[in-house]
Design a protein around this ligand. Structure first.
Ligand SMILES: NC(=O)c1ccc[n+]([C@@H]2O[C@H](COP(=O)([O-])OP(=O)(O)OC[C@H]3O[C@@H](n4cnc5c(N)ncnc54)[C@H](O)[C@@H]3O)[C@@H](O)[C@H]2O)c1
Length: 252
């Protein structure tokens, strides 16, 4: 996403626990742990807007998910509020609603149906963001990323793909759209490209000014045959392999 974020006078302060390599022009790289409230407060100084994709991106033990995705997101938001940062965009996930059937077209206001502890942590992040928006005036956009990757790899991705350049545009819009377009300071939006086969509505894209440049359909010929058993739950629900009771993610 870093390759596509607007090339203007914005300074990007990139935070991670791992080495991010060399800083490019306009970047500041900081090694920090989002589970440390002290470190989050330090890195938040002077920040106008936060894009928060940090954390565990798949299923893991409940304890690890809780420490990083739940407590860490709390630390990020608390530090933002304390530093006077007013804009936050959060990398939520399709796994907050992963148990919806693929035959449904869902909007951001449907009841959550998380498919994993990971999905539950995203529901928590969305709820925390809503509370911060309504109570503390921190505008919060939750982007339910579906499948962020350079290109689709299977048939499911024809519905769920979010290309890197669309992701960058969507997150940039999420932290720069006029506050008037965020009722109660909060929006939840589908994090996908302009896929013809999408399972999520494009609600709020117009309000934010997000105009996707990509559609997974242009990769259909490459991946159309790559699908699992249609009788398997993982092929019937939006969350894919995450919906299986046997799925353990990084815990094996
Ligand atoms: N990739 C997808 O298809 C997808 C789908 C849905 C949601 N998301 C969400 O988007 C975000 C990014 O996903 P990704 O696929 O790029 O994952 P990723 O693992 O590449 O990125 C997450 C980053 O967070 C960092 N991190 C982990 N723990 C940290 C800590 N304690 N302190 C600071 N940094 C820490 C990791 O080092 C990593 O660089 C995640 O929140 C993920 O849940 C991604």
């Amino acid at each position: 996403m870093r390759d596509f974020l607007p090339d203007d006078s914005t300074v990007l302060r990139l935070i991670d626990v791992r080495d991010l390599g060399d800083a490019r022009p306009g970047e500041e790289l900081v090694t920090a742990d989002l589970t440390s409230s002290t470190e989050m407060r330090a890195v938040m100084e002077g920040v106008d807007a936060v894009i928060h994709p940090g954390g565990i991106a798949g299923e893991d033990t409940y304890g690890h998910i809780r420490d990083v995705n739940v407590d860490g997101t709390y630390d990020v938001l608390k530090a933002a509020r304390q530093a006077g940062t007013r804009r936050v965009a959060f990398a939520s996930s399709i796994h907050a609603v992963g148990l919806y059937p693929r035959t449904d077209l869902i909007g951001p206001e449907v009841p959550v149906r998380p498919d994993t502890s990971h999905g539950v942590s995203k529901v928590y992040g969305e709820a925390l963001g809503r509370m911060y928006a309504e109570k503390y005036g921190v505008t919060f956009v939750s982007v339910r990323i579906c499948s962020f990757r350079p290109r689709p790899r299977d048939t499911r991705h024809l519905s769920t793909w979010l290309s890197p350049r669309d992701a960058a545009q969507l997150f940039a819009r999420a932290v720069t759209a006029p506050p008037e377009v965020l009722p109660h300071g909060f929006r939840s939006v589908a994090g996908i490209s302009g896929n013809a086969r999408r399972w999520m509505t494009p609600e709020s894209w117009d309000a934010l000014g997000y105009v996707p440049q990509d559609d997974a359909e242009s990769h259909a010929a490459e991946v159309e045959s790559l699908r699992g058993d249609p009788d398997d739950l993982t092929e019937q629900r939006q969350g894919g392999v995450f919906v299986s009771p046997n799925y353990r993610g990084r815990t094996g």
